[in-house]
Structure formats: structure tokens, C-alpha cells
Design a protein around this ligand. Sequence first.
Ligand SMILES: *[C@@H]1O[C@H](CO)[C@@H](O)[C@H](O)[C@H]1NC(C)=O
Ligand SMILES: *[C@@H]1O[C@H](CO)[C@@H](O)[C@H](O)[C@H]1NC(C)=O
Ligand SMILES: *[C@@H]1O[C@H](CO)[C@@H](O)[C@H](O)[C@H]1NC(C)=O
Ligand SMILES: *[C@@H]1O[C@H](CO)[C@@H](O)[C@H](O)[C@H]1NC(C)=O
Ligand SMILES: *[C@@H]1O[C@H](CO)[C@@H](O)[C@H](O)[C@H]1NC(C)=O
Length: 594
Amino acid sequence: MAFFCLLTLVVSSVVATSPSSLVLHEHRAHAPPGFTSHGRVSDSHMLTLRFGLASNNVAALQDKLLSISSPGSRDFRQWLSQDEVKAFMAPSPETINAFNTFASANGLKPAIVSPYGDWLSVSLSVSKANKLFGATYTNFTHPDFPAPITRTLSISLPAELAGHVDVIHPSTAFTAPIVRRAPSISRSAPEHKRDATPPADCDTSDPKNNITPACLQKLYNIPTTPATHKNNTLLVTGYVEEWAEVDDLQAFLAQFRPDLPSNKTFVTTLLDGGSNPQGPGIAGFEATLDVQYAAGIASGVPLQFLSVGTFLSDFPTSVLDTTTFLASAAQLPTVVTSSYGLNEDFFGASLATKICDAFAGISARGVSFLFSSGDGGVNGGHDNGDDCGLFLASFPASCPWVTTVGATIGFNPELAANFTGDSAIIFILHPNSPAHHKYHLAGGGFSSIFPAPSYQTSAISNFLKTIPPSFPGSGKFNTTNRAFPDVSLQGVSFLINFRGEIEQALGTSASTPSVAGMVVLINDRLIGEGKPVLGFLNPFLYANEGAFNDVVKGHNSGFECPASSVAFDAVPGWDPLSGLGTPNFPDLLAAALA
Ligand SMILES: *[C@@H]1O[C@H](CO)[C@@H](O)[C@H](O)[C@H]1NC(C)=O
Ligand SMILES: *[C@@H]1O[C@H](CO)[C@@H](O)[C@H](O)[C@H]1NC(C)=O
Ligand SMILES: *[C@@H]1O[C@H](CO)[C@@H](O)[C@H](O)[C@H]1NC(C)=O
Ligand SMILES: *[C@@H]1O[C@H](CO)[C@@H](O)[C@H](O)[C@H]1NC(C)=O
Ligand SMILES: *[C@@H]1O[C@H](CO)[C@@H](O)[C@H](O)[C@H]1NC(C)=O
């Protein structure tokens, strides 16, 4: 997997001297390893570029979000309206004017593609894009991808747009068109299927005990009583034609939650050519796991499944469109769970920042976002045994405005999870080529892009004190930045009903919808008491460390990489493997109601 590699993204602050001059915006010396240039794209080829315009006051939105999500503040949980968010997110009149003037002077017809007007889409020829933005749009192929992607190693802004345009996409972000490389789509090997026997009980004295909803309920004291409030939807995201099947969900619930109505279903929403056909043999493994544990824990909560894009869709565009869909929605889900991600450096700083800001805007309206931390330990998705001890973050997990979930294994005590000695082979399920890729768990570490948010600085500083001065990883991660995960939950040996059969699943993908289910159940209680929902969680979580079972053991080095390779170790208190620990439902509920 040489594909996952650290890239250097240079952002220049050179100031232009004449109106027609170009200001370098982003540049990379070469394409990431694995990509081959196929030469300049012909001049007449048409490109569709997205322009992310500068929001007029994103810093003030972030301040407001921190205030309304922090226990004890005057406006605690006074979530914002769509219009209030728009006031922060919309570009300023000067920015809109600068872009429109530039567009009409150059014969471009921008279409607004976000509710706040901060994303525009423009169709233009390659020759025009190259000329206007000092680019060289080139086709690059990658052995793992069926079609070339069109990118440029360098992109500039006309001086009159500098400061007004944050992002042009696609340009220098070499994101994979196929997100199957997402660290979290993993599955037990067939030889372990025989182990997928439903346990009679949740036997926490047996470390090989399989996880079912009942087992999670027992471990974390999660109530089995169904939620009663209908205006409290849990949304499960799906990408890359990961399809969720109603039949499998109902069979799963009939077996593992016989106390719930057996006719449970979900509302499906399709975006960007997404689909969710129903039929035998087509369920996606990730979608199956996500929907079944969301429904299995969030008893009685309305479920929505959002299927975005196709197998070939550009993942950042799909994530971006997920945010514009939610930002546009008059009626929002209260919790969103997503088990997808890619290494942060695929996105690059400007694109990741703009998408992360969009999460802040939606969170500020009272939505809790949960993302899996990735299954690649400190190495992001990069664990081929060759480059052990790289420190790469995954995104959106690294965004400070979402809540990131890691995985644990075992009982009394739970450990930060890895797969050594457990399911020996894990592979990515892929309809065309079920290539075997090994991963380990407990993705975690530090962002290379986002500064540490205030809610986390003391947790990080306490953790850093546990690192010995001789730590060989020092200098490989940015100690002043956002670190993740925030919380964790069991992530190994989850039983699911996949295409009619019981199978084992594992990964932070399993942990994330389960935590989401707990959060949405707390929302149900809050709504019942006439209180606002939890919304953006992190300041509340970090202020209530006592509501978590601390996870104090684990080493997130790698599966291929030996245990001796440099990585973080779990410690008492927050750490970048298990976060604050695993949530104890009654304690978290009590803190929420306090
Ligand atoms: C470049 O890739 C695009 C997208 O796959 C394709 O439509 C186009 O024909 C390619 N152009 C060249 C010159 O290879
Ligand atoms: C449901 O919640 C949304 C905000 O979360 C609110 O705008 C709407 O009025 C609520 N609907 C009902 C029927 O309570
Ligand atoms: C499920 O069954 C219950 C009672 O049997 C019924 O009230 C409810 O409408 C059904 N739901 C669906 C989605 O069919
Ligand atoms: C650490 O990240 C910050 C952004 O949060 C950046 O300004 C700084 O240059 C980074 N330091 C290193 C050593 O990469
Ligand atoms: C993985 O966890 C097991 C305990 O479940 C432990 O024995 C083993 O040493 C760990 N491996 C690594 C690489 O940390």
C-alpha cells in the first residue's frame, strides 16, 4: 500500500504585484507514489471545478460553537438556526463581488452548490483552467483505479481572488476515487466464520466472546427500552455503493433484538447518483454493520440511510456533498454516524479545512457527528510493514468539530484494540477484487492540519507528559494539534447478518454506530424532559471524563508492523488510542441531564 504516503503541501503567501499576476495557492513537488502521469489533458477537455469561497467569519462560528457546546456557558446547548449559521458561513459581499467580477470578465458561469453560497461549481475547458489558474491539468493513473484522475501539481489564484477563494477542487488533492481504501471497511476471514456462533450470554470472562447488541447493552449499561420521540433521527452514511438491506436488518433484529418490533426499516436518501437496491447477494459489508448496530443499540429510534455517489465518485466531493445536503436540510437528524475516511494528506489542508468548517456549521445546529478513527493505528491506512512508525491522521476523523471513535477489545479490562492473535486475516471486501489488505485497529494520533481545540488541550498535555523524552516517535507528530479519537467502544467480533448469514465484523466501523446509538438514546431522554439535544459533543465529553471506563493498555503500532515499532501507548486518562475511554450509559445520561 505504497499509495498512502506523506505528501508535502506548500502553501505560499507570496503577495501579487499586478492585477493580472497569479498568486501560488497550493503546490506539490510530485504526485503521490503509485500515480503515473499520462500527460497533459487535451485543451478542449471540459472540467468541472468546485470553488470554496472564504466564509465571512468562520472563526466567530467556531467560538460560538465552543461556547454553546461547553457545560457551564450562558448559552449552553442553545443550538443555532440555519439562518444564524448562514450569517457566519456565507461569503462576504466583497468576496461574492470579487468572484462574480472575475467570472464574468472571463466568461465563466458559476453555479451555487451550497446553501450558504460558499461553494460554486464552474464548467470550463482545460485550456482555460490552465491559463486562469496557472495550472497544468494532467491525467494520472493508479493501478488500483479503473479510470484516470485529472489533477494538477500546482494551482494559483489570480491576485484579485486571493483571500476570497479557499479551495479549488479538484486540483492538488490526489484523493483516491475509490474509498475502499478507507481504513474501516474490514471483515473477518471466511475461516473465522465458524466462530460466528451467537453467544448464549455476554460472557465477559471469555475474551473470545462475540459481540451482539445485548452484549454491548450489558457492558455499557445501555437500556433496552425503545425510544419514544420520533423527532430524533439517527443518520447512517453510505459511500461507494455500500448498500444496506432491510431484509438483513430485520433478520438481525429478529435474532439479536427479539424484544423490538421485527418490521424495523429505515428511510433511504440518495445523493449524487447514490443508490440502495434491495436483493439477495448485494448487501455491502460496511453498510450492513453500520445499520445493524445503529438499529440494534438505538432501540426504536428513526433511522435514515444516506447513500452518496457511486463506486467511482471522488470521496472528498461525496463528503462535501454530504455536508451541503445536511446544511440545506430544514429538519436535521440529531446524530450522524460515518465509518469512512481517508488519510488526511490525501485531502490536503485547504480542502480538509473547508469541509471541517462545514461540519462545524451543522454541529452548531445541534447535530452530533461520529466518525471512526480508522483501523490503521498511528499509520493512518498505511501499514504494509515497510514504513512502520509513520504518523498519519485520517480525515474526517481529525476534524476538531466531529467526535471520533476508536476501538477496544477484551473485557475487565478493555484494551485498545489490535488484531494480533485474534482474527489473523482481515480483508477489504471489494466487488471486483477482494484484495487482501491487513489492517490493525485503534487508529489514532495527531492531525497535521488542525490546531488542538481548547476542549482538548489539557487532555493532550497530560498525555504528552506520559511520553518519555527518549520516545522515538517524537518529531513525527505535531503536539500542538487536534488529536483523536475522543472516545472508544468494543470493535472486534461483532456478529452481523450479512446477505442472510451470520458473520463477524470488526473495526472502528463497528464501534462508531454503536456509540451513535447511545448518543441518540440520550437525546430521546433529553427531548422527553423538554431539553435541547446533545449536539456537538466534545466539550461535554471532555468535561465528563468520569462517565467513561478508562482504557489504560494498548499499543497502536500495526498489524504488519511489529509490536516493537514506534507507536502510542494507552495510559490512564485520555490517550490517542482509546480517547477518554468507553462510555458508561447511565453516567453519561446523568451528566447530560445535569
Ligand atoms: C483524461 O481522463 C479523463 C477522465 O477519465 C478522460 O475523459 C480523458 O479522455 C482523459 N484524457 C486524456 C488526454 O487522456
Ligand atoms: C423537530 O426538531 C426540529 C429541530 O431539531 C424542530 O425544528 C422541529 O420543530 C421539531 N418538530 C417537532 C414536530 O417537534
Ligand atoms: C411495524 O409494526 C407495528 C405494529 O405491529 C406498526 O404499528 C408499525 O406501523 C409497523 N411499522 C412499519 C414500518 O411497518
Ligand atoms: C503544527 O501544526 C500547526 C498548525 O496547527 C502549524 O502551524 C505548525 O507549523 C506545525 N508544526 C510542525 C512542526 O509541523
Ligand atoms: C495486541 O493485543 C494483544 C492483547 O489483545 C497483545 O497481547 C499484543 O501484544 C498486542 N499486539 C501489539 C502489536 O501491540
